[in-house]
Design a protein around this ligand. Structure first.
Ligand code: SAM
Length: 345
């Protein structure tokens, strides 16, 4: 099964789909450091570093004739409250429309498209942004309605101990399906694992992870930590220290790359420290032992990419269901190029 990834970042969608037997034939991403990471970790994928706005038919001519799945976690800043909620007014928000433009330039439209972004798209102005997205995808030839746009939690669905909710939208193309039968509620949730299964408090980390006892952030966190310090993670939000719910990590964000205080903190046997890059990767569902960073990649660059990524465990749950409910159901009947699930009983 062939997969194309747009806005690929450090390859969260590629990691998830590859592990489910897809071949990611082509990926696009503007950021050079991300492209280096993609090329090292996914040597079978052709990585294009052009701005998506500049991709044309010629760039796509060597793609396989049939693409089963296209994924796109398009830039979210303009759709989030923290980013000012400027939506499609903002140039970053307008990048969404590049997805349908790219599809129109492909030899044939991908059978299934999986979109990902922040939940606010479904919430803001009673779902006005979501309506724009659904209409655009319908115009591109896809079956999709509101029930195919679900907000899923990495903790509740994938059992990954991070508070991370994301909006996922599954679209099925009319060339291949008679309707969109995708049903998010068929996804079976995993049991929630504890954040301390991932965070190791018994081995000492490098010095620069620890807050000096006389630092401002050490005092702010120590003041609120109390007796519960061994059960929780902590974070600094603007000028306030906050304790997280027991056993889970707060949402990891791209801001982690802007400075150490944006990374969650933990009390370990040696002091109060930031989570390491490897711990953050695991919280996003990446396995550090099988992931290659280009030599000399700075910690802040890694943290930004990790914070921007999707949770791989969560995407695996969705893509597995896309395979089962949609792509594995092709019927061997040339006269009817539809999928079994989409046919009336
Ligand atoms: C939310 S991140 C996607 C992260 C990805 N899903 C992952 O798992 O790592 C959005 C990505 O879009 C990329 N991007 C932003 N503007 C772009 C453009 N004009 N062309 C191509 N990629 C762009 C950013 O560099 C960023 O990596």
């Amino acid at each position: 099964m062939e997969h194309v990834a747009l806005f690929s970042g450090m390859g969260g969608f590629i990691k998830a789909t590859d592990s489910l037997g897809f071949n990611t034939c082509w990926a696009n991403e503007i950021d050079e450091a991300c492209c280096d990471v993609l090329r090292l970790n996914f040597p079978n994928t052709k990585v294009s570093q052009s701005p998506i706005e500049e991709i044309c038919k010629e760039d796509l001519k060597n793609l396989p004739d049939e693409i089963d799945l296209l994924t796109a976690g398009f830039p979210c800043q303009s759709f989030s409250v923290a980013g000012g909620a400027t939506g499609f007014e903002d140039d970053r928000g307008k990048l969404f429309f590049e997805i349908s433009r790219i599809i129109s330039q492909m030899k044939s439209p991908p059978k299934v498209v999986l979109l990902e972004n922040v939940p606010n798209i479904k919430i803001f102005d009673q779902g006005a942004w979501l309506k724009v997205i659904l209409n655009e995808m319908r115009f591109a030839g896809y079956w999709v309605k509101e029930s195919h746009a679900a907000i899923l939690s990495a903790a509740k669905v994938a059992g990954s101990p991070q508070i991370r909710e994301r909006l996922f939208i599954v679209c099925c193309h009319k060339n291949n399906f008679k309707s969109n039968p995708f049903n998010f509620s068929a996804i079976q949730p995993n049991r929630l694992s504890n954040v301390f299964d991932i965070i190791d408090r018994t081995s000492q980390k490098e010095n620069d992870y620890y807050l000096p006892d006389d630092s401002k952030y050490f005092s702010m966190i120590s003041d609120i930590a109390g007796e519960e310090r061994s059960k929780k993670l902590f974070q600094i939000r603007r000028t306030v220290a906050r304790a997280c719910a027991d056993g889970v990590c707060p949402t990891l964000t791209a801001n982690m790359g802007d400075g150490g205080h944006n990374v969650p903190f933990v009390f370990d046997n040696f002091g109060l420290r930031r989570l390491t890059e490897n711990e953050c990767m695991k919280l996003q569902g990446f396995e550090p032992k099988s992931f290659i960073w280009p030599p000399n990649t700075r910690k802040k660059v890694k943290l930004k990419m990790i914070g921007n990524a999707i949770n791989v465990h969560l995407v695996k749950k969705i893509v597995k269901e896309i395979k089962t409910q949609l792509l594995n159901c092709e019927i061997e009947d040339d006269r009817r190029k539809y999928y079994k699930m989409a046919l009336p009983a």
